[in-house]
Design a protein. Structure first.
Length: 453
């Protein structure tokens, strides 16, 4: 019991550290801009390059974890993340800063899927939901804590200290990992799928760069310009080739055969939608400024209901998954999300509706632990980390696509008011479709039968 508690603390703080380094950067941007003399366009890559390399590394680190065991890959991921943090903290120009953020992102790519896989390896079935819920709550906590931690540190130190503080934390977590994480290698066989890893990295990298370079004000024109068109063509051409190649690979980094399971196909579809809805949160402050004329600083704090309900709802939903099953939690979460998105499309200057919609959206998004739960239960121990990586990829692709779609619609000739209204109404329709799809997930009885096999 004590070892399980220690292991949970280790995983919790590892994931928290990775998540904090997304939310903690925002308050440091003005200081970075001033000290490194960087323009706003380049500064946007401080966020994007972290997400990109995290996305690229997920399948690689997850597969290595399935092949060689959790302990050393988790330690490796922490070490890479710490190295990136050191590079960022010592940066004197934007090139080194972005290089460090890329290394950080690649390290972070191994932390969450391995943490989720360890939960499947160590914790019994009847506890998995609640533990996954606690880990899922980390992202909500990071969103809350990040700006406050950054503000407190920046009162006395420069922005470099935000990243330098990661070093001692990484060292402690690496030492603890040696004693707490299981060291037994998985029973996966076959060589490392280097070709699949490279192709996956190229596809995800091209997609991320292409999406980030799209000009929302001139969508049609920008899609046909260099380098956006070549990047998107790379994605369209290589994706079916990779699927074909991975299908016939005996030890694929992206196991296409898993999608023979209806459960996994449905989870992938729902995960894309979940990522899309999460991207909408980024635009809620802009919606508040447009609808209510509040200052941008106040608009950010108006996200508190979303964040708090996500953070508190995740562990509660995790416990309910153990009792009621994943289908009930996912369907309920999507009902909340549908209602929330519809309300946000109809706020018409009503601030109370904005808060209610945000709170319900937070509750809806807190059902993510149920998706992790399904992915753990549908595969054996040798593929647990890989399936968690696949889930994160689907969510991330949804986030990137959603951000581009929302940006295009809200900058269209309709104007921001109508743009936001149409965007959230469309998302409400998608959420309803996802909710109906989720009805075809396994019942709790069938989940238990599968767990007993």
């Amino acid at each position: 019991m004590k070892k399980e508690s220690g292991l949970l603390v280790l995983l919790f703080f590892g994931v928290l550290m990775g998540a904090l380094d997304i939310s903690i950067v925002g308050p440091a941007i003005p200081s970075i801009e001033e000290t490194l003399h960087v323009n706003e366009k380049d500064l946007s890559w401080v966020f994007s390059i972290y997400v990109l390399f995290s996305l690229v590394g997920i399948s690689i680190m997850a597969k290595l974890s399935d092949l060689f065991g959790r302990r050393w890959i988790y330690i490796l991921a922490l070490g890479i993340f710490g190295t990136g943090s050191l590079i960022v903290s010592l940066s004197t120009d934007i090139t080194w800063l972005l290089a460090g953020r890329a290394v950080q992102g690649f390290g972070a790519s191994g932390i969450f899927p391995v943490a989720s896989a360890v939960i499947g390896d160590v914790f019994p079935v009847e506890k998995r939901g609640r533990v996954l819920g606690l880990i899922g709550a980390v992202f909500g906590l990071a969103f809350i804590m990040g700006p406050f931690i950054a503000g407190f540190i920046l009162m006395s130190y420069s922005w470099n200290a935000l990243f330098l503080i990661n070093i001692p934390v990484v060292i402690v977590l690496m030492i603890a990992s040696v004693f707490l994480l299981p060291s037994v290698p998985m029973k996966a066989t076959g060589r490392v799928d280097v070709e699949g890893m490279i192709m996956m990295a190229v596809i995800l990298g091209a997609f991320t760069f292409g999406i980030n370079l799209v000009d929302a004000d001139n969508l049609t024109e920008s899609l046909s310009t260099w380098p956006i068109l070549p990047l998107l063509l790379v994605v369209l051409i290589l994706t079916p080739l990779m699927i074909m190649m991975e299908y016939y690979n005996k030890a694929p980094v992206f196991n296409v055969r898993l999608f023979k399971s209806m459960q996994i196909r449905l989870v992938g579809f729902i995960a894309l939608g979940l990522g899309l809805f999460q991207s909408a949160i980024v635009f809620l402050p802009s919606l508040a400024v447009t609808s209510f004329g509040v200052d941008p600083s106040k608009a950010s704090f108006m996200l508190l209901p979303v964040v708090l309900l996500t953070a508190f709802g995740s562990p509660i939903n995790g416990r309910l998954v153990d009792k009621l099953g994943s289908r009930v939690i996912i369907v309920t979460g999507l009902v909340f999300a549908t209602i929330a998105l519809y309300i946000l499309s109809r706020i018409a200057g009503n601030m109370n509706l904005f808060y209610v919609g945000g709170a319900l959206l937070g509750l809806g998004l807190s059902m993510r632990a149920a998706l992790n739960y399904i992915m753990l239960n549908e595969v054996g121990p040798s593929e647990r980390a890989s399936t968690q990586g696949i889930l994160i990829i689907f969510i991330s692709v949804g986030q990137l696509s959603g951000a581009a779609i929302v940006g295009v619609i809200t900058s269209s000739s309709w104007g921001k008011d109508l743009g936001f209204s149409y965007t959230f109404l469309g998302m409400a329709g998608l959420s309803l479709l996802l909710m109906l799809s989720a009805l075809f997930l396994k019942s709790r009885r069938k989940e238990i039968q599968g767990e007993m096999k």
